[in-house]
Write a protein that binds this ligand. Structure first.
Ligand SMILES: Cc1ncc(COP(=O)(O)O)c(C=O)c1O
Length: 379
């Protein structure tokens, strides 16, 4: 077979993300049977370490859904919104809209409460909507990947619960990169994925299911097979997956979670992500005409969004900056397409993103920002 011409790019996009060499090599650990005792050797510690990272105990059951983050989100919708019930999806960007679209495409009665690009959820506006609509279920995004905005999970869940609804949270692009304290959050189900702040390849949607959600799912009908929380929980309690897992990824997950918890340390990992956010803020402050897009206090620790001066075009970001960085061995993120198209049409400055999640280090980020600055100065 001829040697492939694949470029070994360092990914500074917002997922999938950079994977360490030792994590790649963990895929070569022995294959195993997922209904055999060998499965327990991997999945017991995986489930324990997921709980440690989430800040929960046995009040939440971790489930691994074959697929990706949206598979876990779809599982939450199929299993926790009963026929005849209403789900309110609260959106601060493209991925909030995605939760709404998942609900609609599953035939659920859904409404989307949208906030402008760059804003976090306004609790007063949400509360007014809850009073008016009286939904049984509400979904929202913890870390909006299109805008780099973080919502306060506990505060949003508190308002939702006050109005008797069940909160479903999309934490796809932040889990593993910031403290969560799931037990105290008020969330009924929290969904995430392997390929972002956990620094693994894609392949599992991860769901954390509360007792309240478990009880509700038992009464909901038409959950399908892959999206049935009740079936997932039955297997999860045996430390198994509902369907055949990617055993290479299970091996990597066993290795990576052990490394995160017992080698790097959870607090150190979270501090490293927060420090990288500060690093981008400082870098942006030193470049004329550029500014952070998300407001201070709502900025993501796993990805940063940077507003360009007016006049910088999408074509320049995509063909100039991105391709210039490719030549240097990096994959740059020129911003979320739909949002930049809307900003360009409105004559507003475009926004590009810097992913700094998973196992990217401050040293790697510093090198990347230097190269990025050189490309931006060519515009
Ligand atoms: C916040 C958020 N939610 C959901 C998704 C969809 O996840 P996946 O592509 O893993 O299905 C993404 C992917 O980028 C995301 O960033």
């Amino acid at each position: 077979m001829s040697k492939p011409n694949f470029a070994p790019l360092k990914l500074f996009i917002t997922g999938p993300t950079y994977i360490r060499q030792d994590v790649k090599e963990a895929a070569l650990l022995p294959e195993f049977g997922h209904r055999d005792t060998e499965n327990d050797l991997r999945c017991v510690p995986i489930r324990e370490n997921l709980r440690k990272l989430a800040g929960c105990g046995d009040d939440f059951e971790p489930i691994l859904c074959l697929g990706s983050g949206s598979t876990a989100m779809e599982t939450s919708v199929r299993s926790l919104v009963a026929d005849g019930e209403t789900i309110l999806n609260v959106s601060v960007g493209a991925f909030g809209d995605m939760y709404y679209n998942i609900a609609v495409s599953n035939g659920k009665k859904a409404e989307n409460l949208k906030f402008d690009y760059g804003q976090a959820i306004d609790l007063n506006v949400l509360e007014d909507k809850l009073r008016e609509l009286k939904p049984e279920v509400v979904s929202f995004t913890h870390n909006e990947t299109s805008t780099g905005v973080v919502n306060d999970v506990k505060a949003v869940c508190e308002v939702i619960c006050k109005h008797g609804a069940m909160p479903l949270v999309d934490g796809v692009s932040i889990f593993g990169g910031a403290p969560l304290d799931l037990s105290e959050s008020g969330a009924a189900m929290y969904s995430t994925a392997t390929q972002k702040s956990l620094g693994l390849p894609a392949g599992f949607g991860i769901g954390f299911v509360s007792k309240e959600a478990e009880e509700k799912a038992a009464k909901v009908t038409n959950k399908g097979h892959h999206h049935d929380i009740t079936k997932h929980l039955d297997k999860a309690r045996k430390n198994q997956t509902l369907t055949t897992p990617n055993t290479c990824l299970v091996n990597q997950m066993w290795y990576q979670l052990d490394r995160i918890v017992n080698e790097e340390g959870i607090e150190n990992r979270f501090a490293r992500h927060a420090a990288m956010r500060g690093q981008v803020e400082q870098w942006v402050a030193g470049i004329d005409g550029y500014e952070m897009f998300a407001a201070e206090g709502y900025r993501s620790p796993t990805l940063s969004t940077v507003r360009c001066p007016k006049g910088v075009t999408l074509a320049q970001l995509k063909n100039g900056v991105k391709e210039g960085l490719r030549d240097e061995g990096y994959l740059m993120d020129p911003g979320y397409g739909k949002m930049n198209a809307a900003l360009e049409e409105a004559g507003r400055g475009l926004v590009f993103r810097v992913g700094h999640m998973g196992d990217i280090t401050p040293e790697m980020l510093a090198e990347y920002l230097d190269k990025l600055e050189v490309e931006l100065k060519k515009l």
